[in-house]
Design a protein around this ligand. Structure first.
Ligand SMILES: Nc1ncnc2c1ncn2[C@@H]1O[C@H](COP(=O)(O)OP(=O)(O)OP(=O)(O)O)[C@@H](O)[C@H]1O
Ligand SMILES: [Mg+2]
Length: 325
């Protein structure tokens, strides 16, 4: 993917260079012709063949006749970027998912999750080895370990973003490989380490988690995530376009919007990847209280480095060198 992005950037750079060179050549030729016409008409004027108005008219006429020529010269580079954009769209359409969607299986009702002797590698590099984690329904399970140890990977495997090489991940006693994708997405809410926001309003960004959510439901979710007050203080409240905020949203505000999405989704299993890493202790406390209040009918897998956050876990697993203890 990174390679792909680098290729696209290089293509764009090359196209810009070609377009720039073409513009420079066209501009120079036009200038040359204009000068030649000016010189020629000045010469003719000097010889008395034409008057001064003849010089002005002929030079201006030539200068203004170049419009269509410039448009024609630019057609090449315009078409080039159009084709390049088209190719990118085709590339995306041709992408095949790493893991195929599953449909047509019997419905699954959430009764707990497990990782059983899971071994997983991205390519050759083994990240998790023989990892077993038990997530009984109604529990809060903490996962810690140093950076790069595979904590996020474990959550992604629970979402079936990748297939495990050995062992299995089960939900309600069934391998995730044989659970309908729609059931899996309904049962699991995943808050990633960085919250992606789309170029629409805050409300629309939240509604991704539940397209038919009412304003009251959205506000309730935002209160649980301690972000309601912040949103109501924005110029257009929930209708504020995210693009208008630009980069002014802090890491903690984004993170709380991500959490609000998860609360709105209302899935029985919450997978939270460092949900409090950018929060001050006040906001952290509100979120931990919400999680405590939710735990009656929610199961939570919580990845965190913070001792205070881990405090709500019933059991904490440590991932170290691909193994879990
Ligand atoms: N898509 C990927 N392709 C290849 N390698 C990856 C991919 N995603 C993660 N890795 C590698 O897998 C290892 C584990 O990554 P992971 O994100 O699970 O760690 P983590 O424990 O969540 O770390 P952190 O605490 O920094 O978030 C890292 O060495 C990382 O570079
Ligand atoms: Mg991580």
């Amino acid at each position: 993917m990174q390679q792909h992005t680098a290729d696209l950037a290089a293509d764009e750079e090359r196209m810009k260079r070609v377009a720039g060179r073409n513009n420079a050549i066209t501009g120079s030729i036009i200038l040359l012709f204009d000068l030649m016409m000016l010189l020629l008409s000045a010469l003719l004027c000097q010889q008395g063949v034409i008057g001064f108005e003849g010089v002005v008219i002929s030079t201006l006429a030539l200068m203004s006749s170049f419009g269509p020529v410039v448009a024609l010269a630019n057609l090449g580079s315009t078409l080039q970027s159009t084709f390049a954009a088209g190719n990118r769209v085709l590339d995306i359409l041709e992408e095949s998912p790493v893991v195929e969607d599953v449909t047509g299986q019997p419905e699954t009702i959430f009764t707990g999750a497990k990782a059983e002797n899971v071994t997983f590698a991205y390519g050759d590099e083994t990240i998790l080895q023989n990892v077993s984690v038990d997530v009984p329904k109604g529990s809060v399970i903490g996962i810690n370990g140093r950076s790069g140890s595979g904590k996020s990977t474990l959550l992604k495997l629970m979402m079936r973003f990748w297939r495990v090489q050995q062992g299995q991940i089960t939900l309600s006693g069934r391998s995730v490989d044989s659970i309908n994708t729609a059931d899996l997405r309904r049962m699991e809410a995943f808050v990633t380490q960085d919250t992606h926001l789309f170029h629409s309003s805050i409300a629309e960004n939240l509604r991704i988690a539940k397209p038919d959510a009412t304003q009251t439901e959205i506000e309730a979710a935002c209160r649980k995530a301690s972000v309601h007050d912040f949103i109501t203080r924005l110029p257009q409240g929930y209708d504020t376009p995210v693009a208008e905020l630009g980069d002014s949203l802090s890491g903690g505000e984004r993170q709380r919007i991500g959490l609000a999405r998860a609360f709105l989704h209302d899935a029985p299993l919450l997978l939270l990847d460092e949900p409090t890493s950018n929060l001050d202790s006040l906001n952290e406390a509100v979120i931990l209280r919400s999680l405590r209040e939710e735990r009656a009918d929610k199961t939570v897998v919580l990845v965190s480095h913070r001792k205070s956050t881990m405090g709500i876990a019933d059991r904490v697993y440590s991932v170290e060198h691909g193994r879990v203890s």
